[in-house]
Design a protein around this ligand. Structure first.
Ligand code: UGY
Ligand code: MN
Length: 239
């Protein structure tokens, strides 16, 4: 289909909306039978890297220099021998020899970030889990806005990854402006994302990066819940 140069993708100094029509696939060094769609990285102004890995069966990621978080979107991926399917996730410490190997054709979110040590704590160990087993909490006690924290809320962990599920019509209670940056992948449904002074219609498959202090608000629109996976830096002094 000819789009005549149109896309919803949008790059601003404090945010990026990247829609699937603008995704570019490339094998990253050391990947075997896999491609990455790099959504954000240092080159784009972020302090972390987020990409979607698309695997053929037996596809594999190279060993990461930095700590790594993996969330399976489709298919089966083994992390250090633990087979994860959709909604399964893993935290892999920096320099770990744990292998990330697809057992089937698969897709996964990968987030990598240099680990920031914290005096008095030991770096976190490898962890695997299932989103469905994580306890749901409600943002500001709103039963229409469910949050599941995938990374343990421990001082040793220097980032968080949560899923947020909005019933149709639910919205963030206020415009947020905070020092943490976000990497966000829309997993289902859609709505309106306010980023800075832009109101973007968004849908499943879209990626968003929000720089520190980017004003942000989301309201779910449609007949099905809107759901996203969201990264933020956490637990460290912003010096
Ligand atoms: O955790 C957060 O900062 C989250 N409420 N932000 C967001 O959904 N844009
Ligand atoms: Mn936020």
């Amino acid at each position: 289909m000819q789009h005549l140069g149109h896309t919803r993708s949008c790059l601003r100094p404090d945010h990026l909306l990247q829609t699937p029509d603008t995704f570019v696939r490339a094998a990253l060094p050391g990947m075997r039978h896999a491609y990455g769609i790099v959504h954000i990285s240092r080159a784009g102004g972020a302090a972390f890297t987020q990409y979607t890995a698309e695997f053929a069966s037996e596809g594999e990621l190279p060993q990461a220099e930095d700590q790594r978080f993996v969330y399976v979107l489709a298919g089966e991926v083994a992390v250090d021998g633990h087979v994860l399917d959709a909604g399964g996730f893993a935290y892999v410490p920096a320099g770990s020899a744990a292998r990330v190997v697809a057992k089937t054709t698969a897709r996964a979110v990968v987030i990598e970030k240099p680990y920031q040590t914290l005096q008095g704590t030991e770096p976190p160990a490898l962890l695997v889990g299932k989103e469905a087993d994580r306890t749901a909490t409600y943002l500001d006690d709103d039963p229409w806005l469910e949050v599941r924290a995938l990374v343990p809320d421990a001082a040793a962990c220097d980032f968080q990854v949560n899923t947020m599920t909005y019933q149709p019509g639910a919205a963030l209670p206020a415009v947020e402006i905070h020092v943490m940056e976000h990497g966000l992948l829309m997993l289902g449904g859609g709505g309106i994302y306010r980023l800075s002074d832009c109101w973007h219609p968004v849908a499943a498959g879209d990626f968003i990066w929000m720089a520190p202090y980017c004003p942000q608000w989301f309201g779910a629109v449609g007949r099905t819940p809107a759901k996203y996976l969201i990264y933020k830096d956490w637990n460290r002094h912003p010096r």
